[in-house]
Design a protein around this ligand. Structure first.
Ligand code: F3S
Length: 404
């Protein structure tokens, strides 16, 4: 991989231990994947922020790195293991809190923003074609597929190395030739709300690391695409998908327009898909039936973190109602502070709007069944939190929270 003279100086340790380590990581990745050079990034998003995942070894590494390293570009952080204001309500062990704050301090010392969220795209101005270095699978797939930017599936450590150097190895999804869809997924029935997360969860495991092209019955909203991508990236390792209307399946111009917008190599349609998958309404309904008989004692909405439009809808559904169960609505502190009036109205119902964290990355315990509206949370909570989890629509989750 070609390195500039300055890159080489960094690699030789002339710019300090932290930068040398970061450059070593990028060079190793670049060599494994056959990158030709390092290219500049607009910003970075770093995962691996929860002490639950990092442990003491990760914390020590971050502390050492923070002694002589600063990020060179705008860098944001994924959720940590607790809400900094409401950790007591979450029943988090004070020892865990202490360690988590040390992790956060190390990141802050390096210049990383402490708005801890998995939806950094609500804070940043991302334009089509922007080169990013993002970790957090749901954010990666959103950046590539909805925002039409370009990022590889970075790990927490590679995104942090890129943030320190301000560059990333040029390979994979950054190259046009690797952005061509190679599997089609057709759904011929209308879907809404959490159906999208379930569609992602169901197809991610079939698609694995391929690039699906969804032919859908109607145009999804951005929130729908967020849930579709999060589900896909949780059961598979999808980093990019395309979508268009079912009715446009044979409309050459429309399909080509979609491919061009996402920075795909100029391709004549029809593309040769390796495989074609059909999903039915019945396939989605089967997932809703799982654990439906169990009463939930925890309701979670906001995986990935809620957008403003999702919060507005929750507010409407909760108006003049009182919740009778623990109800966590996760969003970023940026959105919570900016839309205080909506948050106050939601919390008047007794639901808690939680920031900085989510149930999956926090050491949440003590619940017998959770109900969620997200395909990703439905997939992860039973394994990461050992909490049996069922899925319903947003409205069903809210209705469940009203029953004692
Ligand atoms: Fe975000 Fe946690 Fe879900 S990090 S995507 S809310 S698992």
């Amino acid at each position: 991989m070609y390195l500039t003279r300055y890159d080489e100086k960094i690699l030789d340790g002339e710019e300090g231990w932290g930068k040398k380590k970061a450059m070593e990581i990028l060079v190793a990745i670049g060599e494994i994947y056959g990158a030709n050079k390092l290219i500049k990034i607009k910003n970075a998003h770093i995962s691996g922020a929860s002490y639950k995942n990092l442990g003491d070894a990760g914390l020590e590494f971050l502390k050492n790195l923070s002694m002589d390293s600063k990020v060179a570009v705008d860098a944001t952080l994924n959720p940590i293991g607790l809400d900094r204001m409401r950790w007591e309500w979450m029943d988090i062990d004070p020892k865990f809190v202490e360690k988590q704050i040390e992790v956060l301090s190390a990141y802050k010392k390096m210049g990383v923003s402490d708005v801890c969220t998995c939806t950094p795209y609500y804070l940043k101005n991302i334009k089509p074609g922007d080169i990013l270095s993002w970790a957090e699978s749901s954010a990666i797939v959103y950046a590539n597929s909805v925002l039409k930017a370009k990022t590889n599936r970075e790990s927490g450590i590679s995104a942090l190395a890129s943030a320190i150097i301000g560059k990333t190895p040029n390979y994979g999804y950054l190259l046009k030739e690797n952005r061509t869809p190679n599997i089609s997924i057709t759904l011929d029935d209308e879907i809404y709300d959490s159906d999208y997360g379930i569609l992602g969860f169901l197809t991610g495991s079939l698609v694995k690391d391929k690039i699906p092209y969804f032919f859908l019955p109607s145009t999804p909203f951005d929130d729908d695409l967020k849930h579709l991508g999060a589900g896909l990236a949780s059961s598979g390792s999808v980093a990019l998908f395309y979508y268009g209307l079912f009715s446009s399946k044979y409309d050459k111009k429309q399909v080509k327009k979609n491919l061009d917008r996402a920075g795909c190599l100029d391709k004549e349609y029809p593309i040769m898909f390796d495989d074609e998958i059909e999903i039915t309404r019945n396939d989605i309904d089967e997932v809703y039936k799982d654990k439906k008989h169990k009463d939930a004692d925890l309701i979670v909405i906001g995986c990935p973190h809620c957008s403003v439009s999702e919060l507005k809808r929750i507010n409407q559904l909760l108006r003049n109602k009182k919740v009778k169960k623990d109800f966590m609505i996760c969003t970023s502190r940026y959105i919570k502070d900016k839309y205080k009036d909506i948050i106050d109205k939601i919390e008047a119902s007794g639901a808690m709007v939680i920031c900085d964290t989510c149930p999956v990355v926090s050491p949440l315990k003590g619940y017998s069944c959770a109900m969620v509206n997200s395909g990703k949370a439905y997939n992860y909570m039973p394994t990461m939190n050992k909490i049996p989890t069922k899925i319903g629509t947003t409205e069903e989750c809210i209705n469940e929270s009203l029953i004692k």
